[in-house]
Ligand binder design. Structure first.
Ligand code: NAX
Length: 327
């Protein structure tokens, strides 16, 4: 029996948490022979902590053989203690009439605190994956607090966008989903992000040779992927939850699978023309479990460069809004 890994999850009683925790405990994230201890962190709010109790009861009732323990807490120092993976899902939602700058600042405070505590108490091999929005900038803020853990341990999720793009290309081409490969997301997890269709393949052919309608690729395809979250809210009355949880399972599963090639948001270091200090989606190849190298070999055409410039501008603006929070 392997040693259990400790997985801290914030926002554990939220709607993504409700889809996510059961997948982790069942082995979908770390594999069918990897035991886990779930360290569930909620906001210090009575209703949330009560709901968390109910979630923990349901986890017990699943009798998952791989689930070796559950911690429930509102104290990040307890929740992140010795954590090997820190999944930062919890965030403050945008309220009515709230400006984007206010959302950035309010969430920034949460991620400053969590970044500091993770750096102080998480395991030496800790990896951090941020889902709570604005995910890229929250990730950047958390990473900026770390003195012990290097910046490349902090990634933000753009996998939901990648999965959405893959699905849309398959539908348009009328092929099985698995025929679509190498579709990667560049930039922000927001409508500005860019699904780089020119590098995708469908049944081994360039996607642009199979889908020859370039107006569709440049227009409705990019828009559908970028605004999918809003379309789901309009249809369902709530934001994406099960698909977001599934994407986080994919994000981490790919990061622990050497050889996997997938999109994550990482510190750009100037790659693909992004500002050096923003966290931007781009393709990576997993090297050893939890580690990756950025794939820098893709060549961008003028359309791609203009899309990347637009999403970079938004990321740079977000960074400017929270400049006083970054150490
Ligand atoms: P919910 O509002 O259902 O749940 C969020 C939970 O976080 C709540 O239970 C709340 O009490 C908790 N929380 C708030 N502050 C906390 C803190 N400081 N510490 C611990 N817990 C805290 O939201 P949900 O639908 O689960 O979405 C969570 C986040 O994911 C949101 O920010 C959302 O915008 C973001 N998303 C990101 C996506 C991505 O692809 N990166 C896609 C889906 C989702 O929209």
């Amino acid at each position: 029996m392997k040693t259990p890994i400790r997985v801290a999850v914030t926002g554990a009683a939220g709607q993504i948490g409700y889809s996510l925790l059961f997948r982790i405990a069942s082995g979908a994230m770390f594999g069918p022979d990897q035991p886990v201890i779930l360290q569930l962190i909620e906001a210090p709010v009575e209703k949330a902590l009560k709901a968390l109790e109910g979630v923990a009861m349901e986890l017990d009732d699943c009798a998952f053989p791989l689930l070796k323990g559950i911690v429930q807490t509102a104290d990040p120092a307890v929740g992140f203690k010795d954590a090997n993976w820190c999944l930062l899902v919890g965030a403050k939602p945008r309220g009515p009439g709230m400006e984007r700058a206010d959302l950035l600042k309010d969430n920034g405070k949460i991620f400053i605190g969590q970044g500091q505590v993770i750096d102080a108490v998480a395991a030496a091999d800790a990896r951090i994956a941020v889902v709570g929005n604005p995910a890229n900038t929250n990730c950047m803020i958390a990473a900026s607090q770390a003195k012990r853990l290097p910046a490349d341990r902090f990634t933000a999720m753009v996998r939901l966008d990648q999965n959405r793009a893959q699905s849309q290309l398959a539908k348009k081409a009328g092929v099985d989903l698995t025929a679509v490969k190498d579709i990667f997301i560049y930039g922000n997890h927001s409508p500005s992000m860019f699904p780089a269709f020119a590098h995708a393949t469908i049944n081994g052919q360039p996607a642009t040779a199979v889908i020859t309608d370039s107006a569709w690729l440049q227009g409705p395809f990019c828009e559908t992927v970028g605004k999918r979250g809003a379309a789901i809210i309009a249809a369902r009355g709530s934001s994406s939850a099960a698909s977001a949880a599934n994407a986080l399972v994919d994000h981490v599963r790919s990061l622990v699978t050497p050889g996997a090639i997938h999109s994550i948001a990482v510190k750009s270091e100037g790659r693909y023309g992004f500002d050096a200090n923003v966290w931007a989606g781009m393709p990576v190849r997993t090297t050893t479990p939890g580690s990756y190298e950025v794939i820098t070999s893709y060549v961008m055409d003028d359309f791609a460069k203009s899309k990347i410039a637009a999403t970079n501008k938004e990321l740079a603006e977000e960074r400017a809004f929270v400049a006083d929070m970054i150490q």
